[in-house]
Design a protein around this ligand. Structure first.
Ligand code: ZN
Ligand code: ZN
Length: 379
């Protein structure tokens, strides 16, 4: 499922490090420190183990990058030409001291969001003159603008979950008489069978459970006459060092929907299409949210749309940029994000419609192409 032609990985990581350094200079940051989380695989194609033993990439603005890593993990690292050097530490060494040493007297460091606080606290002790800020301020905007290879990786992952959604809409995934958890497990198996390395989530919510946006699929048995919301995705291409995520939501109704469900879905359909259509380069991200939200408000569903319209997607299932009121940043070429309005009426039903969309010079390019209507399945 690796998109072709695959770029030269060494060149890719080399270029990304160069872009990070440019952003560091622009923000007056001397050192970027990255540990667990998605920044590291994006930057060098290696994902740190979430261990009590510290793994940390040290990127000086004007020197060579070093991956400080437990010696027993060093064998897992694929060296990337001259992008960075590996600095293995032995069990009796203090990795924090090694990192502090590499930083030198750096007064301004930016550190990854997910770095364990124990390491940050130790670094603050070891390097008291250093001020720390969030590395996401540097790396997030760079990661948000996907290159051609990343867009093709996202497209491949989206196409894979679309194939599952087609089966769902055709009634080829059994629902009635199964529990939500059984259907969720079925979706998970299909996510892997369609080429993903990891299942990130497979929300299955039936009837009134669909009114909880992040419902945990459980023991509730799915019955005829209800709506079933399925929101699922995974990560594809992990073996290449940097996997990319899918995320799609479709609802099906078992048997003819009642008027209340049909009317709500018509408004949702229109709102989702309006937000996608609004996703032109230069548009403030909050306007993309408002485009759909205004339609739901006008139709009387405003109070039932309880979350933002969308999130960026890439190496992480949720990352910059966020499509939400208050985010006045403009949409940029290469931004990849979800458009997923929903209507959640407690005790009755819920629904959501979600595509991943990429911003291009020629307008929005939806990666999910599976039918957007409320599919009616037998049962
Ligand atoms: Zn989703
Ligand atoms: Zn999503």
């Amino acid at each position: 499922m690796t998109p072709n032609p695959a770029p030269d990985a060494n060149q890719t990581y080399h270029d990304r490090l160069a872009r990070v350094r440019q952003a560091m200079v622009a923000s007056d940051i001397d050192t970027v420190l990255l540990s667990v989380g998605a920044e590291l695989p994006w930057l060098i194609g290696y994902e740190a183990m979430p261990l009590e033993r510290l793994t940390m990439l040290v990127v000086p603005a004007d020197g060579d990058a070093s991956l400080v890593i437990p010696r027993l993990e060093a064998a897992r690292v694929t060296e990337r030409g001259d992008a960075f050097s590996v600095v293995p530490w032995n069990e009796t060494e203090d990795p924090v001291a090694i990192v502090a040493d590499l930083m030198g007297p750096a007064p301004r460091a930016a550190i990854g969001d997910l770095t364990w606080s124990r390491f940050l606290l130790a670094l603050q002790n070891a390097s008291p003159a250093t001020t720390f800020s969030a590395a996401n301020d540097i790396v997030g905007p760079l990661r948000a603008r996907k290159d051609a290879f990343e867009i093709e990786a996202l497209r491949a992952a989206s196409a894979a979950v679309d194939r599952i959604a087609v089966e769902l809409q055709a009634g080829n995934i059994a629902l009635v008489g199964r529990t939500e958890a059984e259907v969720s497990a079925d979706l998970g198996r299909r996510i892997v069978a369609e080429g993903h390395d990891r299942v990130n989530f497979a929300i299955v919510a039936a009837g009134e459970n669909a009114a909880s946006p992040h419902h945990e699929a459980g023991s509730r048995v799915i019955k005829s006459g209800e709506i079933v919301l399925c929101d699922f995705g995974g990560t594809m291409g992990v073996e290449s060092g940097t996997g990319y995520c899918s995320d799609v939501t479709r609802c099906v109704h078992i048997g003819e929907p009642p008027a209340a469900v049909r009317e709500a879905y018509d408004a949702l359909f229109e709102a989702q299409a309006a937000s996608v259509a609004a996703a032109t380069v230069g548009t403030p991200l909050e306007d993309i949210d408002a485009a759909g939200r205004n339609i739901l408000e006008a139709a009387g569903y405003g109070e039932y749309f309880v979350h933002r319209t969308g999130h960026g997607i890439g190496v992480e299932a949720h990352e910059d940029p966020y499509v939400v009121a208050g985010n006045t940043n403009p949409l940029e070429v290469g931004h990849a994000f979800s458009v997923e309005p929903g209507i959640y009426i407690e005790g009755q039903f819920g629904m959501r419609l979600e595509d991943i969309v990429v911003a291009t010079e020629n307008g929005p390019d939806p990666l999910n192409r599976v039918d957007h209507h409320l599919a009616i399945v037998d049962g």
